[in-house]
Design a protein around this ligand. Structure first.
Ligand code: OAD
Length: 228
């Protein structure tokens, strides 16, 4: 089976009703990223951060995977698929994908603020700041905030290096190191990029499919099945 790597960003979940970050009315228009998504902010106003991610969890509970997530899941019948996602939602899992690298963490998990130990699944449960973890640390969302390491980066880079086909969906490619992953692809690896808008200039040869994720994946599925 050929190896297909799908690199996704917020746009793949937009049609499930989850806001992107940088589109107009995106999350970073309504919240200050420095206050809710940086490691420095955890020392300043952790309660606000816990609240921010509680809201995201509440929203995720009612969201459903869309056709793009489902097609990516179905492609496992024909390809060895790895999803590398910047998204913290669980819509790829619920859409049927089984190999997922969550570069920026997972909304349904929490950990200790002492070295991110004691990772625990809390599902859609909300919690207040002040809850302790087993190691005596404070419970925090299991999210990679700006200013923190991206522990799964090398695993993601390795997957992209081994890809026979790379698909990029719904990311503005603004945030590094995730945005640099496509440069790990072999020179002859075809790269498809699905996004309704112009994306940051990409220096590698890329075939653009200027559509929303659902329509784009419908089109791409047909192409991919011809070269499986
Ligand atoms: P962005 O909000 O930066 O980019 C979203 C992309 O999705 C844009 O290129 C949109 O044009 C596109 N888009 C919008 N609707 C779409 C649709 N229906 N189908 C397909 N594409 C669509 O989101 P990311 O690139 O994912 O990190 O952001 C990267 C990181 O920045 C996030 O993981 C998050 C954020 O700060 C952290 O919080 C650590």
């Amino acid at each position: 089976m050929k190896k297909l790597v799908v690199l996704t960003g917020a746009g793949v979940s937009a049609e499930s009703g989850i806001k992107t970050f940088r589109d107009s009315d995106g999350l970073w228009e309504n919240y200050n990223v420095a206050e809710v998504a940086t490691i420095d902010a955890w020392d300043v106003n952790p309660a606000l951060m816990v609240q921010f991610y509680n809201e995201r969890r509440r929203q995720l509970k009612t969201a459903e995977p869309n056709e793009a997530h489902k097609i990516i899941g179905e492609l496992e019948q024909y390809f060895d698929v790895t999803v590398v996602t910047q998204n913290i939602d669980n819509l790829h899992e619920r859409g049927g994908s089984s190999h997922i690298i969550h570069l920026h963490g997972e909304l349904t998990k929490v950990c200790s603020d002492r070295g991110k130990r004691c990772v625990q699944d809390i599902g859609y449960e909300e919690f207040e700041y002040g809850r302790k973890t087993e190691d005596g640390g404070m419970m925090r969302p299991f999210i990679v905030w700006f200013g923190e390491d991206v522990p799964l980066l090398s695993q993601a880079a390795e997957a992209v290096e081994q890809a026979d086909i790379l698909v990029i969906i719904g990311t503005s490619l603004n945030v590094y190191p995730a945005a640099g992953l496509l440069y790990y692809a072999k020179p002859d690896c075809p790269i498809y990029l699905i996004d309704p808008k112009e994306v940051q200039p990409v220096t590698r040869r890329v075939e653009f499919i200027r559509e929303k994720a659902t329509v784009g994946m419908r089109i791409l599925k047909e192409k991919l099945l011809q070269c499986k």
